[in-house]
Write a protein that binds this ligand. Sequence first.
Ligand code: 1HA
Length: 270
Amino acid sequence: RNWETIKEFEEIKFEYWEGIGKITINRPRYRNAFTPDTTREMCEAMVICRENPDISVVVFTGEGDKAFCSGGDQNVKSTAGYIGKDGVPRLNVLDLQKLIRSIPKPVIAMVNGYAIGGGHVLHVVCDLSIASENAIFGQTGPKVGSFDAGFGSSYLARVVGQKKAREIWFLCEQYSAQEALEMGLVNKVVPFEELENETVRWAQRMMMHSPLALRMIKAGLNAELDGQAGIQELAGNATMLYYMTEEAQEGKKAFLEKRKPDFSKYPKMP
Ligand code: 1HA
């Protein structure tokens, strides 16, 4: 596959091929741990994925065959967050989680190795997870002085159930790809050499389907869990669809033409 670079970054690779935007954490020396600069770059790439109509599906992965992502880089962790080049402590991976959840396109985690700590949460918040057989999953927070009581807890529990989520967080054990599959934490496990092929197949399958339908389903699946913010997304999509009707156009036209709107001819569906 001839992936072409969309934009050059320092800590990630951001590439494109046939409708797919691929974001790769490129810090294999540190098992693809993220700094605030890594997550800032990932957020920037996500915004580009959202805006670019040629991108239909987003794939997240890590460089190499050892790690998807090992969470926050412990070397730059300070007393108030993770410190980037600007010297400011941040937890901006939370912004990235929100972008993954709200982008109106499917996001696939292509889990090529360790998905640990904040790196595990990243795959959890993706819409789909496809793992290679060598992938290993787990949270470490309570062991290393951290926790993610947001999506990393409540959404994890929605995915694997409350008992399992508590086990994962309280015991900080590591789980094999097969175990992850059995608990519904990933969608599919394949040999490492097949990981990208399989992920691309899933992306291509979705790209055959109606993008608007996928968008509405993603918003619908998020809506209840994300409270008012989730309803806002779903409602925004409803408004977008409404604007596409003549009925909505009539309201705007009448205003601009300084006349009374005539909505009488539009159907009132039972
Ligand atoms: O919990 C949060 C947050 C919560 C709320 C809001 C925001 C949050 C943001 C982040 C996080 C967190 O991510 S907390 C959890 C942080 N991560 C970890 O505790 C995982 C640490 N790493 C490991 O447990 C292991 O490295 C590993 C299971 C992923 C891989 O083990 P392996 O294959 O034995 O490799 P290892 O020798 O440990 O690592 C290779 C090199 O990568 C080591 O460096 P070296 O000794 O060669 O100099 C290692 O230090 C480095 N490395 C690995 N992970 C990290 C790391 N360096 C910095 N930070 C890391 N996370």
